[in-house]
Design a binder for this molecule. Structure first.
Ligand code: 5AD
Ligand code: SF4
Length: 440
């Protein structure tokens, strides 16, 4: 019996797909190479913006005929659209056999058996019960062997008004520090060199645990950093409202903590930030940037921004442009606001036209590209340790690695490297998406 998993969305979904892969393989299923040859099809969906949700629906819809021709295949929808839609998914897409929210993937095999036995569709999206993330010790053969994500928490309690995540991923649940350390040690034993700790808001790690047994995120970071053999440590994502001085000081203290901070600003207007329920101001945000650069002058700062939030004025948008100018991000993900019911902002009045929103996005992206190149050029002449990713996509004897800042660096070498090897290079050129360098 073969399975195939199609994954949309963020690293949380990648991680859930990896867990499901392992669960299915341990039960004797093997991973197929195409969706059409699989007996078990899993579509792991994302709903962060309207487009992501449409992509998932169009793939699910396209499987209708396939299911009619092959009634024995089992079609499973997981991820954020599954959680959000629940039973409605099956009413709309009657060929779907199973709808599993992110907390229900762990019992996948039992659920498959049940559907086989009863022939009825199964919907498991209840998130009201107390939930603990089960321990997980991954095998290695499915993804890049030298670096891995390790979930430290799931869910979000913040309710930013534009965001679907608190509705799809539920309340914050932190994993036990011992489970996290055990997973990191296990990965290192398997040859992993770099670990990224993953959570929707890592700064609130541990806050769902009782006071006496609580480990804070900086404490966890220090523990993970000590695991022997861990060459690089990263984390994502941090909400600026809870970024502590203790976390900042980790960048000066921990040798293997990489010099990159993803700090989503979302908007450079205090009025919009307030309507987004972000709980920080532009001035607070700039203080954080200053603090980070004081402990680690070379740190790379990247961000997420939304343009066209309901009734964002031209002045609000110019605030975003000004903040970008002041921080000088190494790169930024930028999005046009998308209505995501039941997120609160769906009911906000919005007089701004689609064209105006697109214009703002284009303006932001154009200027950010220029800043990215300028930022990359600041590295020219500097020496870096790179972790090898593999042969460069550009071919002809070039290799690709990542700097501590998470920037791709390409260089020529006749040596054959393995992903995860470290080399020292001198940067010769700063480009839009990468740096060029020569071996030292
Ligand atoms: N519309 C547009 N962008 C959004 N994001 C989250 N929700 C929305 C939305 N409704 C963006 C934010 C977040 C990133 C992961 O996606 O910038 O940080
Ligand atoms: Fe990830 Fe959010 Fe998309 Fe869910 S909605 S898959 S948590 S990005």
């Amino acid at each position: 019996m073969k399975f195939f998993i199609e994954t949309f969305g963020c690293q949380m979904n990648d991680r859930d797909s990896l867990i499901m892969t392992q669960i299915l393989e341990q039960a004797g299923y093997s991973c197929g190479t195409s969706i059409m040859e699989a007996d078990i099809i899993v579509i792991n969906t994302c709903s962060i913006r309207g487009k992501a949700e449409q992509k998932a629906y169009s793939l699910i819809g396209s499987l209708r005929k396939h299911k009619l021709a092959n009634p024995n295949i089992i079609i499973i929808v997981t991820g954020c659209v599954a959680q959000q839609e629940g039973r409605a998914m099956v009413s709309r897409m009657q060929h779907v056999d199973m709808v599993l929210g992110p907390q229900s993937i762990y019992g996948l095999i039992d659920h498959i058996e049940k559907v086989k036995e009863t022939g009825e569709s199964l919907i498991l999206t209840d998130q009201s019960k107390r939930f603990e993330i089960p321990p997980f010790l991954p095998d290695l053969h499915h993804s890049t062997p030298h670096k891995r994500f390790v979930t430290i928490m799931q869910g979000c309690n913040n309710y930013c008004t534009y965001c679907i995540v608190p509705f799809t991923r539920g309340r914050e649940v932190s994993r036990k520090p011992a489970d996290i350390i055990a997973e990191v040690k296990h990965l290192i034993d398997l040859g992993v060199k770099e670990v990224t700790l993953l959570g929707q808001n890592v700064n609130s790690y541990g806050l769902d645990q009782p006071d006496e047994s609580r480990t804070s995120f900086p404490e966890l970071l220090r523990e993970v950093s000590k695991v022997a053999g861990l060459i690089r440590l990263r984390f994502t994502t941090s909400n600026p409202k809870d970024l502590s001085n203790d976390l900042m000081s980790c960048f000066a203290e921990l040798d293997n903590l990489c010099l990159h901070f993803h700090l989503p600003m979302q908007s450079g207007s205090d009025i919009v930030l307030e309507r987004m329920n972000r709980k920080y101001t532009v001035a607070d945000y700039l203080l954080l940037v200053k603090g980070l650069r004081a402990v680690a002058p070379d740190i790379s700062i990247t961000t997420d921004i939304i343009v066209g939030f309901p009734n964002e004025t031209d002045a609000d948008f110019m605030g975003t442009m000004a903040l970008m100018e002041e921080v000088r991000y190494d790169s930024a993900f930028s999005f046009i606001y998308s209505n995501r019911p039941p997120a609160l902002s769906c009911d906000f009045a919005d007089e701004v036209s689609k064209e105006e929103k697109s214009r703002r996005l284009a303006l932001f992206q154009k200027r950010q590209k220029e800043i990215t190149v300028e930022q990359h050029q600041r590295f020219v002449g500097r020496e870096f340790d790179l972790m090898i990713e593999g042969e460069s996509k550009m071919g002809n004897g070039q290799w690709s690695g990542r700097s501590t800042h998470n920037i791709i660096v390409n260089f020529y070498s006749e040596t054959v490297y393995q992903p995860g090897d470290m080399v020292r290079v001198r940067v010769t050129e700063g480009l839009m998406n990468s740096l060029r360098a020569e071996l030292v």
